[in-house]
Design a protein around this ligand. Structure first.
Ligand SMILES: Cc1cc2nc3c(=O)[nH]c(=O)nc-3n(C[C@H](O)[C@H](O)[C@H](O)COP(=O)(O)O)c2cc1C
Length: 299
């Protein structure tokens, strides 16, 4: 049995992994989908069991692995034997190097990459829709998920280890990933009003508190029940609230100077030096200087 752990806020990732699972099942290989619902109770594979492979699936948030998955990857127990792993990420089309970051963290835990699948999903504006299963999926995308499942199943059966790379493209912003991560997340967390709460509409039912994957809501803490430092803007609370007491404000935010510092203490911080070798700088400073001079001449 292959466990695939997934986090999905608006349903895209869940939909993808279900299709991948079908691909596996049609090749007579069992896959169990395990939902990562809350940082408070993170499910993990048993380090003493031998799995043919494990999988992790997540949506890309702010050009990065979402915080809940970074915490999961950090806490994942080290496998006793080298185990193949799969990564599935869904995004609005800009996954950047999220898969690479997850890959590096998994390698540190004795897992070796077997396949990566990146799925561009129809992102509803602004990033979420009320429909559980989103509309606008093309047949090509559905086929790609199913194909990935059956391809990996075949490889595992034949005990072939060659890497299946179904990433979106070679666009890798690895060196920028950490910067983007801290820029956006710190920017968001310090900008009052990203998550807007209307106490007059709230009946304190606690549905938002129960569904928040980051344990960022304490409905008793009025008038501000949200912990912005924990919130990753998945919008689960916005969707579940029966009284529409929570909304997301997409006002341009002011980035504080502190966002430019490197918060090494934050969960999931990865030293840029430890990125995948393919993300290392390819051009010498001399080459870049020459390029810069040429650009200056042209303009
Ligand atoms: C807070 C937030 C940040 C996002 N950041 C990105 C991003 O940086 N790049 C991108 O391509 N899509 C981004 N998206 C879109 C999601 O990755 C995409 O809609 C994904 O399929 C959602 O998966 P889910 O339905 O399983 O939650 C973001 C969505 C949210 C809610």
């Amino acid at each position: 049995m292959i466990p695939i752990y997934y986090f999905s806020a608006s349903g895209n990732t869940k939909y993808c992994v279900e299709l991948v699972q079908r691909g596996f099942h049609d090749k007579n290989m069992l896959v169990e989908l395990i939902n990562i619902k809350s940082v408070r109770h993170l499910p993990f594979p048993d380090p003493n069991s031998l799995y043919p492979a494990i999988g992790i699936a997540f949506p890309v948030y702010e050009f990065m692995v979402p915080r809940i998955i970074l915490i999961w990857l950090k806490k994942l127990p080290k496998a006793k034997k080298i185990t193949p792993f799969l990564i599935i990420d869904t995004s609005g089309g800009l996954p950047c190097n999220s898969a690479g970051v997850a890959m590096d963290l998994l390698r540190q835990k004795n897992y070796e990459p077997l396949g990566v699948l990146e799925i561009p999903t129809p992102t509803a504006e602004p990033f979420f829709s009320n429909k559980y299963y989103p509309v606008g999926w093309t047949q090509e995308i559905l086929d790609k998920c199913y194909f990935f499942g059956s391809l990996v199943a075949n490889r595992l059966k034949k005990e072939k280890k060659d890497f299946i790379d179904l990433r979106l493209g070679r666009l890798r912003f690895a060196r920028l990933t950490n910067y983007f991560y801290q820029y956006f997340l710190k920017g968001q967390s310090s900008s009052a009003g990203m998550l807007k709460y209307n106490p007059s509409k709230c009946n304190q039912c606690g549905a938002c508190e129960n569904i928040c994957p980051m344990a960022a809501i304490d409905i008793k803490k009025l008038p501000k029940p949200f912990n912005d430092n924990r919130c990753m803007l998945c919008a689960n609370c916005v969707r579940i609230c029966p009284n529409h007491a929570i909304t997301i404000s997409y006002r341009p935010k002011k980035i504080p100077p502190s966002a430019k510092e490197t918060p090494k203490s934050r969960p999931g911080y990865i030293d840029p030096k430890k990125y995948h070798p393919s993300s290392k700088q390819k051009h010498s400073t001399g080459y870049l200087k020459l390029l810069f001079r040429m650009m200056k001449k042209k303009s």
